[in-house]
Design a protein around this ligand. Structure first.
Ligand SMILES: *[C@@H]1O[C@H](CO)[C@@H](O)[C@H](O)[C@H]1NC(C)=O
Ligand SMILES: *[C@@H]1O[C@H](CO)[C@@H](O)[C@H](O)[C@H]1NC(C)=O
Length: 191
C-alpha cells in the first residue's frame, strides 16, 4: 500500500520533470502599425532534437476558439496560408537556445487577443503552452511605466514623507507592472 503511494508519487514527479516548461510575458502592449515581438522561451530536460517543433496559435479577443497560424519544424517556418498573419510573421527564435519567439509586423487593432506558444521536444511533449495577451493600442495609449515610477518618487518626496515611502510606492508600482512587457518601444522613442 505504502509502496503503491510511493510509486504514484514517483510517477507524478517524473511527469513534472519531463514536461516542457514554456515561458512568455503575460501581457504586452503594441502600438498599431508596429511590429510585435512575441517572446517565448522554454526549458526541456531532453536534448533539443531535430524532432522539436513550435506552434503558435491565436485566439481573437472575445472568441472561443483558437487558430493555429505558424509552425516551425526542422529549421523551416510554415506560416499558415490565407490567415490574418499571412506574410507578416518572422521566426526570430533559435531552438538550440531554447527560444521559440516570433515577430508579427504591422499590428492592427483586430490583432488584439491571446497568442499561444506551444513547444514539443519529443519525447518531452507534456506542455502547458505559454499565453500572451496582446493589446494593440494607439501610440498615446501605451502605458507609461517610467512615468508612474517617477510620479511615485515625486509624490513620496514632495509630500515630505521619508524616502522610504517613495521606495515602497516604487516597489508596489513595479510589482503591478512586473508582468507586463512592452513592445513597440522603439517607435515609441523614435519620434
Ligand atoms: C494607428 O491608428 C490610428 C487611429 O486609427 C491611425 O490614425 C494611425 O494612422 C494608425 N497608425 C498606423 C501606423 O497604422
Ligand atoms: C484592443 O484592446 C484594447 C485594450 O484592451 C482596447 O482598448 C481596444 O478597444 C481593443 N480593440 C479591439 C478592436 O478589440
Amino acid at each position: 500500500m505504502a509502496a503503491g503511494w510511493l510509486l504514484a508519487a514517483a510517477a507524478l514527479a517524473a511527469v513534472e520533470v519531463s514536461a516542457v516548461e514554456v515561458s512568455t510575458p503575460e501581457e504586452m502592449f503594441v502600438e498599431n502599425g508596429t511590429d510585435a515581438k512575441l517572446p517565448c522561451t522554454f526549458t526541456s530536460v531532453e536534448v533539443i532534437s531535430s524532432a522539436a517543433s513550435v506552434s503558435w496559435s491565436f485566439q481573437p479577443e472575445g472568441a472561443a476558439t483558437r487558430i493555429s497560424f505558424f509552425y516551425y519544424f526542422n529549421g523551416r517556418s510554415y506560416p499558415g496560408k490565407d490567415l490574418p498573419f499571412k506574410d507578416r510573421i518572422t521566426w526570430t527564435g533559435d531552438l538550440n537556445k531554447k527560444d521559440a519567439s516570433i515577430s508579427i509586423s504591422n499590428m492592427q487593432f483586430r490583432d488584439n487577443g491571446t497568442y499561444i506558444c506551444d513547444v514539443k521536444n519529443p519525447p518531452d511533449i507534456v506542455v502547458k503552452p505559454g499565453e500572451i495577451r496582446v493589446r494593440v493600442v494607439e501610440k498615446d495609449s501605451l502605458p507609461a511605466f517610467p512615468i508612474a515610477m517617477v510620479a511615485g518618487i515625486v509624490i513620496g518626496t514632495v509630500t515630505g514623507l521619508t524616502p522610504l515611502i517613495s521606495i515602497v510606492v516604487c516597489l508596489v508600482i513595479r510589482k503591478n507592472n512586473s508582468k507586463k512587457r512592452y513592445s513597440g518601444a522603439q517607435s515609441f522613442t523614435r519620434s
